[in-house]
Design a protein around this ligand. Structure first.
Ligand SMILES: Cc1ncc(C[n+]2csc(CCOP(=O)(O)OP(=O)(O)O)c2C)c(N)n1
Length: 514
């Protein structure tokens, strides 16, 4: 067995069996090992940002580590933006980066670079492998490092010769420590706050938005009358019929402050104190004012679901409460394509148990409210703000959940960063329905320009915001990558095309022109 084989065997033995890859010469021994040893599904992505974004979507949905195989510093650098998003989502990801052979490094060959410096800002764990003999142990340590819930990112740099030299064999992964338990004192303080007769909100994030956390949060709300609110961009949120109603904190600071300011007390459960996405002159960074009382029940890296269950028990909340939303499928809609009709059309047709990756940005604002009591679904959003995550993340989610339909609500400008994901969806025949919200602009930047005090959008500014001249033809782009596509201009056409697309298994793209 060589180093690469011991590495792949260690991954497989630990259940890590999907690899989103864009390899080069320095990764060839690992490619050979994948080829020769059965069990690893290799998924080719035609840009490293697709590998890393797909690993994020896969990790969020499978709750297993997402694995990438990337080529030296430049290949890794291409993937950093969506590792940034994955770090914010707290997704477990292992990056394997091939490096020049140890003896070749001093020659400073063209692709040589400082990989550690690239890796550090997005990785909680970085290691340079030193020998074939240590390679299996190194990857076992990486698996252990990323698997501590909620999840983190590990980057392993592997010289070419170490992949090829002889190794003893796989190494078993050490015990995974559970996330730290919440202290009794924190639960006691939250009980005191929530028992007070005042306006109070339980502010949820991270694993509070998954099944167990939500069930406990609903018990707490039923018992204390507190409001349930969540962070603006949750990594994964179980919602729709059968889940409790949770208000999402709005994006812009004025609206966010208006939403949270009526509460005298805020109890944080799996969320950090919410802050403004950007610093606007005259606006505070933090949305909770010093006059409001903040109680931290549990930090995002701790056992969030366990903490919420302890709090519900300490409050004496009954186990079976009925705080869930009843299924109310929104009516079908008609007319021009607007954020309202677009949102209504999708909410009405949402298949049961769908996964919705939402990077619709300014085009589907009403969707969250309209889908509140639609069919049960999982919502994935973009917690890190590096746009273009949507198509790869939807791709990874579909690999993780082959029995579920993935719907990618996708703004056009963001989609252009990672459109190659469509090719991977076609090659792997993934059941992803992409709805491109084509407003032919970076619309949010136009809004920001006005917020920054511009009276009108000048010619130069317009050239940096408009996505016209030429207009992007999404139907041709999708078909060119093997994804069937159509264009719609009315809500009726969208409903018809989406119904047709949902009736078939496999990738489809609908370009909705706003
Ligand atoms: C990686 C990255 N590059 C650039 C930006 C800056 N940026 C934020 S929003 C945006 C445009 C978004 O346009 P689109 O996706 O079409 O959505 P719309 O605003 O039109 O709804 C840009 C360029 C960013 N957030 N991330």
């Amino acid at each position: 067995m060589n180093g690469a084989e011991s590495l792949i065997r260690t991954l497989l033995d630990a259940g890590v069996d999907v690899c989103f890859a864009n390899p080069g010469t320095t990764e060839m021994p690992m490619v050979r090992a994948i080829d020769e040893m059965a069990g690893m599904r290799a998924v080719l992505c035609l840009f490293e940002g697709v590998c890393t974004g797909a690993a994020d979507g896969y990790a969020r949905m499978s709750e297993k580590p997402g694995l990438t195989l990337l080529h030296l510093g430049p290949g890794f650098a291409n993937g950093i933006a969506y590792l940034h998003d994955a770090r914010r989502a707290r997704s477990p990801i292992i990056n394997l980066i091939g490096e020049h052979a140890t003896w070749h490094l001093p020659a400073d060959a063209p692709l040589t670079s400082d990989i550690e410096s690239l890796a550090k800002p997005v990785s909680a764990w970085v290691r340079r492998n030193k020998s074939a003999e240590e390679l299996a142990g190194d990857v076992a340590d990486a698996i252990q490092a990323v698997s501590i819930k909620p999840g983190r990112i590990a980057t392993l740099i592997i010289p070419h010769d170490c992949q090829m030299d002889a190794a003893s064999g796989p190494v078993a992964v050490g015990a995974i420590s559970p996330p730290p338990k919440v202290s009794e004192d924190a639960v006691k303080q939250a009980v005191e706050t929530l028992r007070r007769d005042e306006q109070k909100v339980l502010f949820l994030g991270a694993h509070a938005m998954r099944e167990r956390g939500l069930r406990a949060a609903a018990r707490i709300a039923a018992r204390t009358g507190c409001k349930l609110m969540c962070e603006t961009f949750p990594a994964r949120w179980e919602r729709g019929a059968g889940t409790p109603v949770i208000e999402r904190l709005p994006y812009f600071p004025e609206a966010a402050i208006a939403a949270i300011s009526p509460y005298n007390s805020v109890v944080l459960a799996g969320a950090n104190p919410p802050v403004s996405f950007f610093g606007y002159p005259g606006m505070p960074s933090y949305f909770i004012s010093p006059q409001q009382q903040t109680t931290i029940l549990v930090a995002p890296e701790e056992d969030v679901a366990g903490a919420l269950e302890s709090l519900a028990d300490a409050l004496g909340a009954p186990m079976n409460i009925d705080q869930s939303t009843d299924l109310q499928v929104p009516p079908r809609t008609s007319g021009k394509i607007t954020p309202e009709t677009l949102s209504a059309a999708v909410a009405a047709l949402l298949p049961d148990n769908a996964i919705v990756m939402d990077e619709s940005n300014t085009s589907m604002g009403p969707f969250l409210t309209m889908s509140r009591s639609a069919a049960r679904h999982t919502l994935l959003t973009q917690p890190g703000g590096a746009i273009g995550l949507g198509p790869p993340c939807a791709t990874g989610a579909a690999v993780a959940c082959p029995d579920r339909t993935v719907i990618n609500l996708q703004a056009d400008g963001s989609a252009m960063y990672t459109l190659q994901a469509l090719w991977t969806q076609a090659r792997e025949q993934l059941d992803v329905k992409t709805i491109i919200c084509n407003n032919r602009s970076y619309r949010i930047l136009g809004i920001e320009l006005m917020r920054a005090g511009a009276k009108e959008v000048g010619k130069q500014a317009q050239s940096l915001i408009g996505l016209t001249q030429p207009a992007i033809d999404w139907v041709s782009l999708a078909r060119g990558m093997g994804v069937p596509a159509s264009r719609v201009g009315t809500a009726e056409d969208l409903t018809r095309e989406l119904e047709r697309a949902l009736a078939e298994v496999g990738p489809q793209l609908i370009e909705a022109v706003l």
